[in-house]
Design a protein around this ligand. Structure first.
Ligand code: LRH
Ligand code: MN
Length: 426
């Protein structure tokens, strides 16, 4: 299924006037305050976020899963769904595959379909947190950290196979997240588990192509509930440093203990040139994988303030991999992802309005009140006309949710795919 652009323009027609009024008003105000609106619009246009292939169907928990009709059941249908998101938002120009949930059957067909929808392949994700039916060793007691060499070697080989799949699709990064850890005190020798993981990652690293990155994702707990081998940014950073210059940390916003200062973590990893990318989502308690910006939008804004500062002042840090990692228990997966994409664009646009020079000066003068005035002045600006304009200029929808509903896309997918189709993934 591919959306005809004329259909999007038809929906835009009814709200273009309101948009133009609010955009002109905001653009005039920002220009008067010394902002270069066109630069902000082009930065928003360049900002492409990868959609997780494992989050295009309904998610669930151990307490149940409530399906969403018309879910994609093939990789091709998943790429079509990313195409729908990109047509409407013009900011979802990439997909991140999870192996073995999304092994392409026909690489050429998949590549052609993706490029016809202007979709690139972002990082590929390995999976050594589930046992696959046709493999010899079990990951019950861990994978790269496992006390069994045979299990570690199987997990290392899987990661190397994932790199090969990514190479065929033009991907440039491998994301490694390990569930490895323990559920009870005494179950693991922490040092042995960490050393095994380090040695295993270094084996995988040998197969990381020259122009690739290895992104090491940390997480404090779940599915293990006493210890996790790669539990926090420090463990990920140590392992990335041990591996080499192509290895970086990956920050999943939901992988932090309550009240962690994630913006400070992001700032320091960028300073050290070891910030590789993000899994955007939001959470109230644990790794809830909720819609980005739905619980802590100010925290997201503060993170983007550090990212904007880092992108301007840390040439030692590479271009970042931007990805969403969410799960949809009660919302239409495509509407949920649209809201996440909008929240990311909004946080970025507000952060681009921060007068970094004035902020630095106020910080040097310890003018604490002025620092907050500068930050919150930007945060309190309604930037929606800017992100609407950035979309409109490239043929997108002024209001993607409005367009998605007025074009009745979910029912279209149900007609095309049937009601009770279930997507692979979480
Ligand atoms: C682990 C995680 C990881 C993915 C998985 C789907 O919680 O964030 O990034 O492999 O979710
Ligand atoms: Mn993640």
């Amino acid at each position: 299924m591919k959306i005809q652009n004329q259909h999007i323009q038809d929906v835009n027609k009814n709200i273009i006037e309101d948009h133009n009024d609010s955009f002109d008003f905001l653009a005039n105000k920002l220009t008067k305050n010394g902002h270069d609106v066109n630069t902000i619009l082009s930065k928003l246009a360049e900002f492409q976020v990868a959609i997780p292939s494992w989050a295009l169907g309904a998610g669930g928990t151990r307490f149940g899963r409530f399906g969403f009709y018309g879910e994609p059941t093939t990789l091709e249908q998943k790429i079509e769904d990313v195409g729908i998101l990109h047509s409407l938002t013009q900011t979802a120009g990439a997909v991140s595959l999870h192996i073995p949930w999304d092994v392409p059957q026909d690489y050429n067909a998949v590549s052609e379909l993706a490029s016809s929808l202007d979709i690139k392949f972002d990082a590929v994700n390995s999976n050594t947190f589930q046992d696959q039916k046709d493999v010899k060793e079990s990951y019950k007691y861990g994978s790269l950290s496992n006390t069994s060499q045979a299990v570690r070697e199987q997990a290392i080989q899987h990661n190397i196979d994932v790199i090969k799949i990514g190479e065929k699709l033009g991907s440039k990064a491998l994301t490694v997240w390990l569930a490895d850890g323990s559920c009870f005190p005494g179950q693991n020798n922490f040092q042995t588990a960490f050393q095994n993981t380090q040695d295993s990652l270094k084996s995988i690293y040998k197969d990381i192509p020259e122009d690739w990155k290895m992104l090491i994702e940390y997480k404090p707990y779940e599915p293990n509930f006493y210890s996790t081998v790669i539990q926090d940014w420090g463990a990920s950073l140590m392992l990335a440093n041990e591996c080499g210059e192509k290895a970086y940390t990956l920050v999943d916003l939901g992988h932090h203990l309550p009240n962690s200062n994630i913006e400070q973590i992001v700032s320091i990893l960028s300073l050290k040139g070891k910030l590789g990318g993000f899994h955007f989502n939001d959470s109230k308690y644990g790794d809830d994988d909720l819609t980005v910006g739905s619980i802590k939008p100010y925290a997201l804004f503060l993170i983007f303030n550090e990212l904007v500062y880092g992108m301007a002042n840390n040439p030692q840090n590479p271009d970042l991999a931007w990805m969403i990692d969410a799960s949809h228990n009660v919302k239409d997966p495509l509407e949920d992802l649209i809201q996440s994409l909008e929240a990311i664009q909004e946080a970025y646009a507000k952060a681009l309005l921060i007068d970094q020079k004035a902020l630095k000066e106020a910080q040097l003068n310890n003018d604490v009140v002025k620092c907050q005035e500068i930050l919150q002045g930007a945060y309190r600006t309604d930037v929606r006309p800017l992100i609407e304009k950035a979309r409109l200029d490239r043929g997108g929808a002024i209001s993607p949710i409005k367009a998605y509903r007025e074009l009745d896309l979910r029912n279209y997918l149900i007609k095309e795919r049937g009601r009770n189709t279930v997507a692979t993934g979480l």
